[in-house]
Design a protein around this ligand. Structure first.
Ligand code: HOZ
Length: 427
């Protein structure tokens, strides 16, 4: 039992917060540790309450693509703070952020701001159902779309980390219209669509899965989803909460050249403040109240501080060179990890898309949730703990992705690889 301030704060938190955390993976249960309580962050580093520094590859689970406390974000926040924190009435900031998204992502003609990725996907599913007047939603095993009842089926992220199939409290009746298929299984998808395609309201997926670890779409998978949803009049929903403005300036849909009907965003578009959004073609988006009758609302939706952080972040990402730089840094990080594993005869599969990366302790290819579950989770936990001791902060679950920011320096990444080499040697 350590005497660290983090452990003391965790024990206090457990008395008043379930599990001591406000989101389950943070409890670090699956990697056999206790959470660090964080005091501050700057650029690519965070410091815990005991004064230890860590190079951060979690970046608040993705939003901080510019690193911690980027001057442009802080300046914009300070400027907006002068005028107030929330009005529950429209401000120009909402239109500015909406326009920034629309300018970059051609499939989005109109967009509605909400407060989290969960709200975005939940609302997009409702919209797809309202628009098509159908009920069935198809998702994919290991994709996580937040914790709304309809989508909490064979989900990744925390649910996968805890090893539970779903959640008590989600009535069977509520999910009887949710079908979860195998990610990257083109034939299975075609078979299902040919059978029930005319009942399907929407097909939702993470175009690059990031909540079963990082898993890329195989050639033809996204194309087939597009073809068959169009054929049967179902709405194709890309959950770009994680990939949006991270894997490319025009997000995963731009990178892979697929145009979804609806897209969900979060993380990067909030620049570290709580934001979600869903958008798409005008004829679908116009079904939302008050223009249409599909209802969705929120007291803090479009909050000025959140809009400001998002605007500052997207403006910093305007230049294409930023993405080239992010990609180069991420490649350096992930190939370094691969070399460290190879040098120590540790089977490891690594990959990255833009500045989103992932690794699995296995010698087999990982293309779906079943593959991800078969990887060596014990080895992951040992690696995670070793890296943490060396000052490298990774997500405390194999079923999450790693993120790199523009603030990660060559020295940060070199240090990470050196430490990885040492830890791999002892695995
Ligand atoms: N499970 C989410 C990321 N994939 C959020 C985790 C957290 O915020 O603790």
């Amino acid at each position: 039992m350590s005497n660290s301030k983090s452990d003391k704060l965790f024990n206090e938190a457990k008395c008043v917060i379930p599990g001591g955390v406000n989101s389950p993976v943070r409890a670090c249960g699956s990697v056999g540790g206790q959470p660090l309580f964080i005091q501050r962050g700057d650029k690519a580093k965070i410091w815990d309450v005991d004064g230890n520094a860590y190079i951060d590859y979690v970046l608040s689970w993705g939003p901080l693509i510019l690193g911690h406390r980027h001057p442009a974000v802080i300046k914009k926040l300070e400027q907006i703070l002068e005028s107030g924190t929330s009005f529950g009435a429209p401000t120009e900031l909402e239109t500015i952020l909406a326009q920034l998204v629309i300018d970059r992502v051609p499939s989005v003609e109109k967009i509605r701001m909400v407060n989290s990725g969960t709200e975005a996907t939940m609302s997009a599913v409702r919209l797809a159902r309202g628009y098509t007047k159908r009920d069935v939603i198809i998702k994919f095993d290991g994709c996580y779309h937040g914790h709304a009842d309809t989508l909490l089926v064979a989900a990744g992220s925390g649910v996968a980390t805890l090893g539970i199939p779903g959640s008590p409290g989600v009535p069977e009746k509520v999910i009887e219209n949710t079908l979860s298929l195998t990610f990257n299984d083109v034939d299975e998808f075609i078979r299902v669509m040919e059978k029930i395609g005319d009942q399907v309201a929407g097909v939702i997926l993470e175009p690059v899965a990031g909540n079963m670890g990082m898993v890329k779409p195989v050639n033809g998978f996204l194309e087939t989803l597009r073809e068959y949803t169009s054929k049967y009049g179902a709405v194709l929903i890309f959950d770009e909460v994680m990939t949006g403005f991270r894997v490319a300036k025009d997000s995963a849909q731009g990178l892979f050249g697929i145009t979804p009907d609806l897209s969900c965003f979060g993380k990067v578009i909030g620049g570290g403040l709580p934001v979600g959004a869903y958008g798409g073609q005008k004829d679908i988006m116009n079904c939302i109240a008050p223009e249409g009758s599909v209802y969705q609302a929120g007291t803090l939706s479009g909050n000025p501080l959140a809009m400001a952080a998002g605007i500052a972040t997207l403006q910093e990402l305007e230049n294409d060179e930023v993405y080239t730089l992010l990609e180069a840094k991420t490649k350096q990080f992930i190939t370094g990890l691969q070399h460290a594993a190879d040098a120590n005869n540790i089977p490891l599969k690594t990959g990255h898309v833009g500045s989103m990366a992932g690794f699995f302790f296995t010698d087999a290819d990982v293309s779906n949730f079943d593959d991800a579950k078969k990887c060596d989770l014990k080895r992951f936990a040992k690696f995670y703990r070793g890296m943490l001791e060396k000052g490298i902060y990774l997500a405390p679950s194999q079923f999450e992705a790693c993120f790199v920011s523009i603030a990660h320096t060559n020295e940060d990444i070199e240090k990470t690889i050196t430490e990885a080499n040492e830890i791999m040697a002892g695995l």
